[in-house]
Design a protein around this ligand. Structure first.
Ligand code: FES
Length: 102
């Protein structure tokens, strides 16, 4: 595990994704029912930032062609995306969000 400081917990909200670059990895952070999650911020269909999309009830919708992904599992829930997005371990310590992108 290589935990990296990614954001402050206060940066996150339940209705949007927070974008952060960790090294060369574009990561989206989410707050779902009080728990922090991290995924790749890049859609697996074409190039779009999921942090520009719509977040609700544990899924994120791509802003370009409206594919939906499960934030917790990364699973693609509908076309046009077939491939899941990467998910990363995330945790909160003292109000700081830590992500392991290894
Ligand atoms: S780029 Fe995300 S659904 Fe097409």
């Amino acid at each position: 595990m290589a935990w990296t400081v990614a954001a402050k917990l206060s940066d996150l909200s339940e209705d949007s994704a927070f974008a952060v670059e960790l090294g060369k990895t574009s990561v989206a952070l989410y707050l779902v029912e009080g728990e922090v999650y991290a995924t790749s911020n890049i859609c697996t269909h074409e190039f779009a930032l999921l942090s520009d999309g719509f977040v609700e009830d544990g899924f994120v919708e791509c802003p370009l062609h409206q594919a939906r992904f499960d934030i917790i599992s990364g699973r693609a829930l509908c076309a046009p995306a077939n491939e899941p997005i990467a998910t990363y371990p995330a945790k909160v310590e003292n109000g700081v969000v830590l992500v392991d992108i290894q």
